[in-house]
Design a protein around this ligand. Structure first.
Ligand SMILES: Nc1nc2c(ncn2[C@@H]2O[C@H](COP(=O)(O)OP(=O)(O)OP(=O)(O)O)[C@@H](O)[C@H]2O)c(=O)[nH]1
Ligand SMILES: [Mg+2]
Length: 291
């Protein structure tokens, strides 16, 4: 039996969470086109007759001095140090920039084995060979595996390599598990996902969701959820609520639909918007929300 913790590292929007969901076969980690979607260390579990891999999804690594970004970086670095293997995810449809070289700096000094997933090869303008060339310029020994989190191309090869590198050990979780996140966290994340894909500019980064109350009505299999979408300014609140409440109504309906796929309940969501003035500058909230 093999068992390993695999930390998924890469710049914002490289497709780390998409890859994790494809591997686990469920929505474990939320996804959006907005960079810095993931804010926490999210565990997803892959079970196979050969063993178990525990994947740690992380916030996109982004060099910045701001309190909020520094906390995100800290989560990624912690996951790297906890890993048996690092899965470095690269977007092969974009040129490597300053962000990529900051990650390569980190990877070139770690003693943890690194495997690179060269992602998004389904895109017509992807250049996986070029990506492998610049990875090898800094990390000559790293194996580069071309994959697509969307079409699943290359995913089995990647898993074969990762399980091959895993040490002998006992499974950490029962084999029916695919994540260990508490339901309350998953609900808040789905609402955040459905909010950030419907707003633009700075708003996605200013959103956090808190769950005020969850109740079940067992015989009817109904889940009543009361939640708040928090933003930083009154003007952002107006945008989330939308004209005649249309924005918040769409978010509520879409969240209910997504939650229905994850939980064996019909969902009734009571959703409101609240302003938490400049919460990203508040130590207590940043530490509570990003870990
Ligand atoms: N075409 C294509 N798009 C992809 C692929 N993987 C991810 N994407 C898209 O890339 C965007 C970012 O995906 P995420 O999985 O949220 O990326 P991430 O690396 O987790 O991003 P952060 O959490 O912000 O660091 C989304 O719009 C995805 O649909 C892929 O293999 N092919
Ligand atoms: Mg992510």
């Amino acid at each position: 039996m093999k068992s390993a913790a695999v930390s998924i590292i890469g710049r914002p929007s490289a497709g780390k969470s998409s890859l994790l969901n494809t591997i686990c076969g469920h929505k474990v980690s939320i996804i959006s086109p907005v960079p810095q979607t993931t804010r926490n260390m999210i565990r997803g579990i892959w079970n196979d007759p050969l063993g178990q891999l525990l994947f740690l999804d992380t916030p996109g690594y982004h060099d910045s001095e701001r309190k909020f970004n520094r906390q995100l970086q800290h989560v990624a670095v912690r996951a790297m140090n906890d890993a048996d293997t690092i899965l470095y995810v690269v977007d092969s449809s974009r040129k490597p920039g300053r962000e990529e070289s900051a990650i390569l700096d980190l990877l070139s000094v770690t003693s943890v084995p690194v495997v690179a997933a060269v992602n998004k090869i389904d895109l017509p303008y992807a250049v996986p060979d070029e990506a492998a060339t610049w990875i090898h310029a800094r990390l000559p020994a790293v194996m580069c595996i071309p994959v697509s989190a969307v079409t699943r191309e290359g995913i089995q090869t990647l898993l074969d390599v990762l399980i091959g590198l895993a040490p002998e050990g006992e499974a950490l979780y029962p084999e029916e598990y695919y994540t260990d996140q508490p339901p309350e966290f998953r609900i808040a994340e789905i609402i955040r996902e459905q909010t950030i894909i419907r707003v633009s500019e700075e708003i996605p980064h200013a959103v956090f969701v808190d769950i005020a109350d969850i109740e079940t009505d067992e015989p009817n299999s109904k889940l009543f959820i009361r939640a708040f979408i928090n933003v930083e300014r009154e003007s952002q609140k107006g945008i989330v609520v939308g004209k005649g409440g249309r924005g918040i109504r769409d978010i509520r309906k879409a969240s209910q639909r997504e939650l229905r796929k994850l939980f064996p309940y019909s969902i009734e969501l009571d959703l409101r918007v609240k302003v938490q003035h400049k919460w990203r500058k508040r130590d207590d909230l940043v530490k509570k929300l990003i870990y």
